[in-house]
Design a protein around this ligand. Structure first.
Ligand SMILES: Nc1ncnc2c1ncn2[C@@H]1O[C@H](COP(=O)(O)OP(=O)(O)OP(=O)(O)O)[C@@H](O)[C@H]1O
Ligand SMILES: [Zn+2]
Length: 658
């Protein structure tokens, strides 16, 4: 499977391809007691300053320096003292105040910088007692101490505040107690542990996480064998598909402590704290290893650079991310700490995150199909008494498109209704009323409209059927109309064994298969939709290669008309006329393939219908089910090598595609 065919998808349905969903809302927290304390300290400091400066008011009026000079010359000044250029003094005889406000003996004046220096001579001549002080404000020792210490005090307070907030919220309980507590594993205190029993509808994912569980159960065995375990696993999938639940279940299954943090918590903190919180989190986990660290919403800090960083928050994000990466790089691999991270935007992640030794395993968590929904409903109705008439299979059928979280919510709403209606059990109508209510409250249609699903089912069936019909084509592994990422459905086919060179027929088969979705829509509905965009991209790439690079067009000839890298480096390019020919040949190849696709689908219309029907009912068809539904023999399912040989021997209409 070194060469999996990229999934063909239907993209760009206007109501689906919302591009970037809004970022998760930042969790607002009140500043809390410490914030208040800091504020109070600040206010007290300011008031104290004001009061002190008030007491510090100079005695007497301010007189002009000329006046002062005159008084000295007149021998009317008994003593002065100067602070810098400010002079305070006392007169022998009262003088009328300059502002006409009575008389004064004490005064203040300011000595201009350019005043000549015979003042000293004058003063000594007139027997004035002179004292001087350096320029400090005249305050009590205590006040001086307080004021000089205040900024430092503030800093300390701030630091304590940060430390508090760091421990608060981290690791769930413990933090909010108001004491500085290290992050604590959540599940150690919880009564019942979450296990895979609590997760349904994503069995493949559980399978993929099984070896993580195994490793956590006995890291020693892996260490002795010198085997390296993944350090990080990325759980990618839309909101509400159970990523958090799954992470908890892994910890529960392995019986190890579970540390949980949300990436957005890290960066909402005061600058510089995110990284130290990360460090603390990892330290605590190492102490009790084997353990699991779960980081939710990793995309808030793990976004690729230039991906629209918020103002200011950029550095903080980067530091926090770097700290996580550093901690992970620091794992020797035998510590037994595994980091699980969740995101619903795997596409925007910084490649640094997914490099080997970091989150090098990506597990896609998709919304459940019909069977999965039923299983999830069973889990969430375990504690709910159901009436006889409730048919969970039916509920599952009527809720295509809903996620695990939405189904859990549905079950709960139904129970609430039953209580309101004073019933002893939850009935069928409670469930259907609850569904209506849940649907109304949702901002997007929870349940996919039937028309949309039918179109998707035919589109995917078109891909799949043509894939099955082309001789030598890669077998179809899985078809699904459960939306994945931006695709409404996916048809997956992978080769039986590695292929190193492709025949012209194979490539034509690939084009035909890729056009199958569009062709099916054309055959069945008579119109085509925008859902085939990425199919057409794939078609164009192959056709361009065939005509322009691989010598598969007589008219272009045995040459590369579209220069490769080396040729481009030498500045080689084809004549415009040749490129025009390539263009025409690409069109011809694709048109022929499209004709062929239409013809085959018309000819095998009953197979197409059967496949689409099965897909509508089941939503996901595995390889064997798909071939059975289409009524096409799929020989040698088990042996891969043998399978290829038999398929070739089968020879259903050799060269039919042409
Ligand atoms: N596959 C599932 N099986 C059982 N319950 C599920 C499943 N998926 C979701 N749920 C229910 O929905 C709740 C919320 O799911 P969870 O928080 O794990 O989703 P999530 O993928 O982490 O979502 P988000 O991306 O919004 O954080 C779970 O606690 C559980 O009750
Ligand atoms: Zn398609």
């Amino acid at each position: 499977m070194a060469n999996p065919v990229p999934p063909r998808d239907r993209t760009d349905q206007p109501w689906r391809s919302e591009g970037a969903p809004p970022p998760p809302p930042a969790r607002k927290k009140m500043p809390g007691g410490w914030g208040g304390l800091i504020l109070t300290a600040l206010v007290v400091y300011l008031i104290a300053n004001l009061v002190l400066s008030f007491f510090n008011e100079k005695d007497g009026p301010t007189i002009s320096y000329t006046e002062f000079d005159k008084q000295v010359a007149a021998g009317n000044v008994t003593k002065i003292y100067s602070k810098g250029d400010a002079i305070q003094g006392q007169l022998k005889n009262k003088q009328p105040a300059p502002n006409g406000d009575g008389d004064y003996t004490k005064f203040t004046t300011q000595r201009p910088a350019f005043a000549d220096d015979d003042l000293w001579a004058q003063l000594t001549k007139n027997n004035v007692t002179v004292t001087a002080e350096p320029v400090v404000q005249e305050r009590s020792f205590l006040a001086n101490l307080l004021i000089s210490l205040a900024p430092m005090l503030l800093l300390v307070l701030l630091w304590v505040f940060i430390a508090r907030r760091m421990s608060a919220g981290m690791g769930g309980a413990g933090g909010m107690l108001g004491r500085k507590a290290p992050p604590k594993p959540v599940e150690l205190e919880a009564g019942r542990r979450t296990t895979f029993e609590d997760v349904a509808g994503i069995d493949e994912v559980e399978g993929e996480l099984n070896d993580v569980v195994d490793f956590l159960k006995n890291p020693g065995a892996y260490r002795d064998m010198g085997a390296k375990m993944p350090r990080g696993v990325l759980l990618a999938g839309p909101p509400g598909t159970g990523k958090t639940l799954l992470a908890r279940a892994v910890a529960g299954e392995a019986g190890v402590p579970f540390f949980s943090a949300s990436a957005s918590e890290f960066i909402e903190m005061i600058v510089g704290v995110g990284a130290s919180r990360v460090r603390e989190l990892f330290n605590e986990a190492r102490k009790v290893a084997p353990a699991i660290i779960f980081i939710d919403e990793i995309d808030t800090i793990g976004r690729a650079r230039g991906g629209g960083a918020g103002m200011g928050g950029h550095d903080e994000r980067e530091q926090t991310l770097n700290q996580i990466l550093t901690e992970m790089d620091g794992f020797t691999g035998s510590e037994g700490v595994i980091v699980l991270a969740a995101t619903n935007r795997a596409d925007v992640l910084d490649p640094a995150l997914t490099r080997p030794g970091r989150f090098d395993r990506i597990v896609h968590v998709n919304p459940p199909d019909r069977g999965g929904r039923e299983a999830i409903l069973r889990i969430h109705t375990r504690q709910i008494p159901l009436a006889q008439d409730v048919d969970l299979e039916h509920v599952a059928k009527t809720t295509p498109g809903m996620t695990g979280a939405e189904l859990a919510n549905l079950a709960n709403e139904a129970a609430l209704l039953a209580v309101k209606r004073r019933q002893k059990t939850v009935t069928r109508s409670d469930l259907s009323d609850a569904l209506e209510k849940v649907q109304l409250g949702a901002e997007r249609p929870l349940v996919m409209p039937l028309e949309e699903r039918r179109r998707t089912a035919y589109h995917e069936s078109g891909h799949a059927l043509l894939g099955m019909l082309q001789p030598g084509a890669d077998p179809v592994r899985k078809i699904t109309i459960v939306p994945r990422g931006r695709a409404l459905g996916v048809t997956l086919s992978t080769p039986e064994s590695d292929k190193y060179a492709y025949t012209e027929d194979y490539l034509r088969g690939r084009i035909i298969g890729a056009l199958g979705g569009m062709a099916a829509e054309q055959v069945v509905f008579g119109v085509i939709t925008t859902g085939a965009e990425s199919d057409l991209e794939q078609v164009t790439t192959i056709a361009r290669g065939m005509a322009g690079r691989w010598g598969m067009s007589e008219r272009v000839g045995r040459l590369t008309a579209i220069p490769g890298d080396t040729q481009q480096a030498y500045g080689l390019s084809a004549a415009p006329a040749t490129l025009d020919t390539v263009d025409e040949e690409m069109r011809r190849i694709v048109e022929e393939c499209y004709e062929s696709a239409l013809n085959q689908l018309r000819e095998h219309r009953e197979k197409l219908d059967a496949l689409a029907e099965a897909l509508l009912a089941e939503e996901t068809l595995e390889e064997a089910e798909a071939y059975r539904a289409a009524g096409i023999p799929r020989l040698g399912k088990e042996g891969r090598e043998e399978g290829e040989a038999e398929r070739e021997g089968e020879g259903e209409g050799e060269g039919e595609g042409l």
